[in-house]
Design a protein around this ligand. Structure first.
Ligand code: PLP
Length: 340
């Protein structure tokens, strides 16, 4: 079933949100980067500018997910991620704003610390600044087990904890991301164009799941292109399909999994390890557009977009939007490894 933008907006309006994310985020032209690359007209959707606690894509999800926590009467927020997780920093920020204690499972060992400042700077510092209680745990490959164990411990202590999954990627988080499409559709119409594609980095899959659901309903001619940054493209695609199905059910819209595109080959040597193309993308974004990308997510996403432009994927008279998902604080935790 295909529905239009107006109906999608109405259905999204049935889902309450906290209103802590600064929305809509701007959609801006990237004229200097476009000229430099000599390809399609490039635009940037600034989901790095969602505001609270240095912003980022998780705030859009948390606006809905933590509304559910508050409605549920939760007295503690529980989540987790790797040491430089942007997700857990945004969870800590929203919990601070709500005045709720926040417990985070901090995974060690998914990657070897790439710099001396990795364990203490950037998001690791901000987690402490926002007052989160950090629990160091080993990375086992199971993204949610240690978070669930923390929830069980807190419940046994008489608390009412609320479980926020790794990456805030669940069905409600994906529903939240469909709102981006409504914003883009309206903003692009004001600028007078219809994007051929929206390109972004994809990891725990909630962002892409929401984008594909939204686009299928309201921008069917726009391709959503996820750049795998986890070096696990098959797992990422399968998670996008699962979450998109769940989100489509919640919204009462159709979903066809053939539209899900996850592009491999731009994750570098491993998750969290930037390579030359990532560093080139970070430099280019900084020097041509004064944009701050990060070495784990948005830098790899832009590196993927640059590679596809150089391969000639789009014509010069097409418009392509890069969705900036945030991550700037992590840049400082990688500073000495970037040579910038
Ligand atoms: C800056 C940034 N961009 C993109 C992503 C990926 O989004 P998702 O996990 O919804 O795929 C993340 C997730 O941690 C992130 O922190």
């Amino acid at each position: 079933m295909q529905i239009d933008r107006k109906l999608l907006i109405d259905r999204l309006a049935a889902f309450p949100r906290l209103g802590l994310a600064d929305l809509p985020t701007p959609l801006e032209p990237m004229k200097r980067l476009t000229a430099h690359l000599g390809g399609p007209r490039l635009w940037i959707k600034r989901d790095d500018a969602t505001g609270l606690g240095f912003g980022g894509n998780k705030l859009r999800k948390l606006d809905y997910v933590l509304h559910d926590a508050v409605s549920d009467g939760a007295d503690t927020i529980v989540s987790g991620g790797v040491v430089q997780s942007n997700s857990q920093r945004q969870v800590a920020a929203v919990a601070a704003k709500l005045g709720l204690p926040c417990h985070l499972a901090v995974y060690h060992g998914r990657l070897a610390p790439p710099t001396p400042e990795y364990e203490t700077s950037g998001n690791a510092f901000l987690n402490r600044l926002f007052g989160a209680q950090l629990h160091d745990v080993p990375w086992t490959g199971d993204r949610n087990a240690a978070i669930r164990a923390l929830v069980d411990d807190l419940r046994a202590q008489g608390r009412k904890p609320y479980f926020v999954p790794y990456g805030v990627s669940n069905a409600l988080g994906a529903v939240a991301y469909a709102t981006t499409i409504c914003e883009i559709e309206q903003q692009a119409a004001r600028w007078g164009f219809k994007p051929a594609a929206i390109v972004h980095c994809t990891g725990s899959a909630g962002t892409q799941a929401g984008l594909v659901i939204g686009a299928a309903s309201a921008m069917p001619d726009t391709r959503i292109v996820g750049i795998d940054i986890d070096a696990e493209p098959a797992r990422v695609r399968s998670d996008v399909v699962t979450l998109a199905r769940q989100a489509a059910d919640l919204l009462g819209v159709g979903f066809d999994d053939t539209i899900v595109e996850v592009v491999a080959g731009h994750a570098g040597p491993a998750y969290g390890v930037p390579h030359e193309a990532t560093i080139e993308a970070i430099r280019l974004a900084g020097q041509s557009e004064a944009l701050v990308l990060d070495p784990v997510y948005s830098g790899k996403g832009l590196a993927g977009l640059i590679a596809m432009i150089r391969q000639g994927r789009w014509r010069n008279d097409e418009d392509v939007i890069f969705l900036h998902t945030g991550g700037a604080p992590a840049l400082f935790a990688y500073q000495s490894a970037l040579g910038i």
